[in-house]
Write a protein that binds this ligand. Sequence first.
Ligand SMILES: Nc1nc2c(c(=O)[nH]1)N[C@H]1C(S)=C(S)[C@@H](COP(=O)(O)OP(=O)(O)OC[C@H]3O[C@@H](n4cnc5c(=O)[nH]c(N)nc54)[C@H](O)[C@@H]3O)O[C@H]1N2
Ligand SMILES: Nc1nc2c(c(=O)[nH]1)N[C@H]1C(S)=C(S)[C@@H](COP(=O)(O)OP(=O)(O)OC[C@H]3O[C@@H](n4cnc5c(=O)[nH]c(N)nc54)[C@H](O)[C@@H]3O)O[C@H]1N2
Ligand SMILES: [Mo]
Length: 776
Amino acid sequence: MDSNREPKGKIEPYHHPAAGWGALKYVAINLVKERVTGGNYRMLFKQNQPDGFDCPGCAWPDRQHASTFEFCENGVKAVAAEATTKRVTPAFFAEHTVAELMKQTDYELEQHGRLTEPMVYDARTDRYRPIAWADAFALVARHLNGLASPHQAAFYTSGRASNEAAFLYQLFVRMFGTNNFPDCSNMCHEATSRGLPDAVGIGKGTVTLDDFELADTLIIFGQNPATNHPRMLGELREASRRGATIVSVNPLRERGLERFASPQHPLEMLTLGSTPIASTFIQPRLGGDFALIKGVAKHLLELDDKAVADGTERLLDLDFIAEHTLGFEAFAADLRQESWPLLESESGVAREDIEALGRLYARGKRVIATWGMGITQHKHSVQTVQMLASLLMMRGNIGRPGAGLCPVRGHSNVQGNRTVGIEEKPSAAFLDRLGTVFGFDAPRQHGLDVVETIEQMIEGHVKVFLGLGGNFAMATPDTYRTFDALRSCDLTVHIATKLNRSHLVHGADALILPTLGRTEIDVQDGVAQGVTVEDSMSMVHVSYGMNKPASPHLMSETAIIANLAHATLGSAKVDWLAMAGDYARIRDAIEQVLDGFEQYNERIRQPGGFHLRVASRERDWQTPTGKANFIVHPVQQDTPIVRARRQHGERLMTLMTTRSHDQYNTTIYAMDDRYRGVFGMRRVVFIHPADIAMLGFRNGDWVDITTVWDDGIERRANYFRLVEYDIPRGCIGAYYPETNPLVPLDSVGDVCNTPTSKSIPVLLHRSAQPAELPAF
Ligand SMILES: Nc1nc2c(c(=O)[nH]1)N[C@H]1C(S)=C(S)[C@@H](COP(=O)(O)OP(=O)(O)OC[C@H]3O[C@@H](n4cnc5c(=O)[nH]c(N)nc54)[C@H](O)[C@@H]3O)O[C@H]1N2
Ligand SMILES: Nc1nc2c(c(=O)[nH]1)N[C@H]1C(S)=C(S)[C@@H](COP(=O)(O)OP(=O)(O)OC[C@H]3O[C@@H](n4cnc5c(=O)[nH]c(N)nc54)[C@H](O)[C@@H]3O)O[C@H]1N2
Ligand SMILES: [Mo]
């Protein structure tokens, strides 16, 4: 281990297009670093192909032109990380106590490679030791069946699990008796999933890739696709070449959105050419999108008034509004009375720029709005999503070709997980049908989400935690309180491919259950199984692994869940092991429980799979009113940020936590953030040069960060280097998960309860370079 973990850190602004040769170079480095053997390079050509595996990276959909090789640098990192030849064996665990492993960084933990055997924690030696699969299942069953109430257990899901695994998991847990399904989505697109239903009836996007080919205007809110959804850049590149207008709304001028050279187009790379992506950048302050979008809507109304006065073509889609929506009068009245100075100060965007965006939007005949975490991880995220839906509705931009809502999901099957029942607040209709098909009374009481799960652990009510993938301890807020919460459990269980810190922050009893990754061949009863996933645009397709499993002892996620269910509940009602013996049986069950999955097993065989119906796309509004709803929201003025600023003045900074180019959530592949010009380090704070001066610091100084919150708990993250950056005054950025200790557990979005990872009130304090940087 390094004594100083970031000795070679440097800042070097990036001047090349995104992707291009830089990406190819990094691909090569990754394959070598992970020691992926020669034969395995073939697998890259099977990524996102009709007969290959679904990339375990992001949820961006695939083009199904069998000739194009859907290539993406960060997809390769995800695949290479899973295909690594490095192993975490029982010998490794024998060598290291858990306390020792806790001293390693997340990057170092990731580097050890794939887990190979089921392990159980031994308190006497503070080490994990091997356990037989059957004994592991029996241990879980004993704990679960010993609880006073099924609600004392929580069952987490990270969005990589297949539809089959997730469906079986929710069936097992509901038969056990609870809806406690915290999942990564609670920290991610929950504002979308909770905000859209009241507006348009369903919490999903309304566009497909075909719409991207038709759109003339694309507005990208709070997203960094060059890093997180690189294949989206291919679509933006085509749109840009066609002459479409592309706007990025982001406090950071993300370089990856400026120019893009496609690795799929060698000529462009050979000539060092590149396609400009976003033609316009708007840089609101953190959380300023709500006021910005409201301002655009207000200006659209003004432009429409002018059209009426001038006798020119109206800008509102009056037919759409009349036929399909409710609430427009009240919505328009609220816009008219809204104050421009307030919209300007809250958005951080000058009125003339808001108006320019309004004109640009009004010019577009087919407009798509996409959004990511920059929109969903704030206090008023649900309101922002609904305001965005209203803006599109004003011009009928929902449910027509080339236009619509495009939330861009994170994990490759997070949307599918929700579809098949990973939902702590299930509808009564779903529970009725599940209960009827399987002959049981599904529990009605709503379950716990991520934040509530941690709170209930702290209260001593949740005693067993089971994680289907993910890294709960690091992905969640308030790191040290979350650690205490997990350590108070009687049992923690992780079904995982790789070692991570959640395995080290454990309950009295603890298990690590190693599983197959999606790229690996999954044989059950002698037959290779495919699994299905749903992407961000509701396409459901099958995925077949093609690599040899990392270890002969691994079980598939589906098989592990079936065995847990069998051991806990017995197989009188459901023949769990038979279900896991042939995944087609699970798909048959899904077909019985859920609409839209008719002939599931047949339809996944067609290349590209099938599109799951999204009613709002067809202007079928499944809201309580039967119409799309314009929803009025005021600009929030009494927020934790505003209160903290009142107390501390301009020294108060709003912190957003984000991803670097070389990480996948809590998995740190390497230490660079190429497009932002950061190399060899992660403990940095992006800050405006004028704020550096105002605070009396200099570029490159070391600082500690503390949170301004009102519960008397000190929240602190130490040793970060200041990096001057093109970011609005008063706003700073740093990487997650290192900054999660700063996010208070009760700092959550309205309605969605999502941690406000993009708006944390903080102060910066002078510090010095330590002899050794903290491990996390
Ligand atoms: N390689 C890679 N791919 C990934 C992931 C990964 O970690 N690595 N993670 C996956 C997951 S789970 C997810 S959810 C997605 C995440 O993908 P993104 O949604 O791109 O998430 P972030 O990296 O957090 O970046 C959010 C962007 O929002 C901007 N932003 C921050 N605050 C605001 C704001 O208040 N307003 C606006 N308009 N913008 C703001 C930031 O500057 C940044 O550009 O990516 C998925 N794909
Ligand atoms: N401060 C802050 N916090 C955030 C965010 C933020 O922007 N800022 N983003 C939030 C978001 S959007 C999300 S989605 C969450 C992510 O939260 P999680 O989904 O919990 O975290 P990941 O880092 O994606 O999980 C990585 C681990 O999953 C396991 N894994 C990988 N592949 C597989 C597999 O195929 N099967 C199984 N069983 N396990 C596997 C590996 O052990 C790996 O270590 O974090 C959230 N937390
Ligand atoms: Mo996510």
